[in-house]
Design a protein around this ligand. Sequence first.
Ligand SMILES: [Zn+2]
Length: 359
Amino acid sequence: MRGSIQIAKLFNIPVLVHWSFGLLAFFVLWEGFSNDLSWEGTLWLGVFVLALFLCVVMHEFGHALTARRYGVGTRDIILLPIGGVARLDRLPEKPIHEFLVAIAGPAVNIAIVLALSPLFLFSVVSFNVTSNAGGINAQNFIPLLVLLNVMLAIFNLIPAFPMDGGRILRALLSMRLGRVRATKIAAVIGQLFALAFVVSSILWVKSPMLALIGVFVFLNAWGEARSVKMNSLLDDTKLSDIMKTRFTRLHPHDTMHTAIRIMEMGAEQNFIITNEAAQSIGILHNEFIKEAMSQRDGNAPVAVYMSKHYEPLQAQDSVRFAAMRIQTNGYSIVPVEKDGQLVGVLDMKMIQEFLKENK
Ligand SMILES: [Zn+2]
């Protein structure tokens, strides 16, 4: 994410902090001064916020390490003032795995509560809520940390997609309805919760944080619903549905003049070279045609300029698979085969047009 800096790398996953996190540090100091806290009190408050964010980081690693168990990597973990985000490379395939990955975060907070409970019982003896005016101190530090972990677990379990509770809901719905419909339903429920967050933050709770979370949930719910729909479209569409079947087939002995002429007409920029049996044997990239032009080498056969470094795609391959292949190999164009016969061509432009049509 833009404006983030890496502060650590744990379990091979970068932990980033967003610049707006600095606002939180400012908030702590401001809170300290406006409440007439001593330097010691402000320090306790600062340490408390750090401890809280350590809990948030552990929560995110709960998601990330569970995802890793099911073969899903995590690009990074970003800390924002409103919480953390573990950015997984993709969704776990099985809904039950998604369910476990989502629930692992709040489970970490519960585990922290359990781990701190002996200390909590010890410190609660001297903990007096009514004398809390002095801010955070050695007596109420642990009880408050326990309390906030309980709240973190409960808050995250609210079924407001894309929060954890919403992901759990989506996973459960996916088992019966399929992921696209499940996401749509979870996103609508998420947006209703988001509106409720914003309204209640204005009318009752008076918390700008809650309003901020509401806006975050609202914007991300549709974004994720759209990307799930897009991904399933990429998975479910076969190349035979979007490839071009009418295209120029050049032969190895055709001259570069032929390629240049067709290219200058504008419709085709890259070409497939075929043999007598109508099978593809090479690709003529646009840049090599331009090179032939600048070398005034129009009489050379295309065989001289064609590239043999490519692997044909298959008509039944998914668009997602094809997009990955084209991108990683930098193909300008790639032949599509069916039963060993050349049946079409594909390039990135056709995929982009397909996505645009299905927005
Ligand atoms: Zn979480």
